[in-house]
Write a protein that binds this ligand. Structure first.
Ligand code: HEC
Length: 170
């Protein structure tokens, strides 16, 4: 009998620290350890983490150099480019500007104060290819997000420009 009692006491003594330790798992008792992930700055999707370093050239080549004006369209508007542009337009732009580019995308009603514009009339007709490219690249402050992360390769953005032009009948 005595040996059984001793065994039970031993079991209790051994398992107590284990039970105490278990309290710290599954956040029953939470200790805020400093972790490196927490002290890093965090960025929301589509937020620019870093300005482009001076004198650097993007790995796809210099699509444009900031503050040096709008670039010239290097991509011919052939059938392949228009097909790629249509695909990317439908993925990235239709939601706001609409499939027909009339500014009536399904998401447009939720946007305020600035509504997506029709790409078929007014200012978008007067913008050069390069200016349209920069609009996609940088977005419009307070209205349209920068889409360069959705269209990381500059040629994808030129394809969309070409497709926009074809919708405009140019
Ligand atoms: C989240 C919604 C949204 C998405 C997605 C979006 N746009 Fe826009 N876009 C806007 C809004 C809002 C404006 C109007 C800005 C204003 O009134 O100044 C605008 C304006 C424009 C303009 C006119 C810019 C100017 O200077 O007048 C062009 C061109 C344009 N968008 C092209 C595109 C293309 C191409 C895509 C896809 C690659 C796209 N947009 C995706 C919301 C969007």
């Amino acid at each position: 009998m005595a040996i059984i009692r001793r065994l039970i006491i031993l079991l209790v003594v051994v398992s107590l620290p284990l039970a105490a330790g278990l309290l710290f798992t599954y956040d029953i008792i939470k200790i805020d350890w400093v972790s490196f992930m927490e002290i890093q700055s965090s960025f929301q999707p589509q937020e620019d983490p870093l300005p482009m370093p001076a004198q650097s050239v993007p790995i796809q080549g210099a699509a444009y150099i900031p503050n040096l004006g709008a670039p010239v369209n290097p991509v011919a508007a052939d059938e392949a480019s228009l097909a790629r542009g249509k695909e990317q337009y439908e993925i990235n732009c239709t939601i706001c500007h609409g499939a027909k580019a009339d500014g009536k995308g399904p998401f447009a009603v939720f946007l305020a104060p600035k509504k997506p514009v029709s790409l078929l009339e007014g200012r978008p007709l007067t913008l050069s290819d390069g200016e349209l490219f920069l609009t996609i690249t940088n977005g419009v402050e307070g209205a349209m997000p920068s889409l360069k992360e959705n269209l990381p390769d500059a040629s994808m953005r030129w394809d969309v420009v070409n497709y926009m032009r074809s919708l405009q009948g140019k």
